[in-house]
Design a protein around this ligand. Sequence first.
Ligand SMILES: Cc1cc2nc3c(=O)[nH]c(=O)nc-3n(C[C@H](O)[C@H](O)[C@H](O)COP(=O)(O)O)c2cc1C
Length: 157
Amino acid sequence: MELTTDIFAQFDRKWALLTAGTEDHFNTMTISWGGLGTIWNKPVATVYVRESRYTHDFMDSNDHFTVSFYPDRYKKELGVLGSRSGRDMDKMKGSGLTAVKAGESVTFKEAEVTLVCRKLFRQRLLPENMPKDVVETLYADNDLHDMYIGEVVDIIR
Ligand SMILES: Cc1cc2nc3c(=O)[nH]c(=O)nc-3n(C[C@H](O)[C@H](O)[C@H](O)COP(=O)(O)O)c2cc1C
């Protein structure tokens, strides 16, 4: 497994899709927060999902998820997947992306690279442990993020 990229640019500027579920029943959403690192001697990807996201349900009910990155020309598609909820509509329809199986989860044919992750850990990010300005700016509505850490079990190009 090898990944050569500027990971800060990948998440913050290029965005990614976080997908959980099976080919028959999955949901995906755009993310721009996340990280790659090491814990418990494993290579891991960390993502942050607000409780209100439909994808949150899929993260909780599945043991695997994927984080996938796209060429810049897909930014518009990622914008749509990051502003509509799969709870309200079939947002894959007309998304321009083609779902494909990736290990125990799902990614899209158009991805440049996909990290296939096995869920290791989930924890709520509690306001009492955050700086006050972050709570005021990002959590005024109390829609908190859960942090999910997944072991990167495969990297698909
Ligand atoms: C650029 C961008 C980055 C985003 N990053 C995150 C994120 O890291 N975590 C999160 O919970 N929501 C994030 N969102 C919001 C979700 O993608 C958005 O609410 C989406 O519609 C949720 O879809 P769902 O309800 O089908 O899961 C982001 C949206 C955009 C456009």
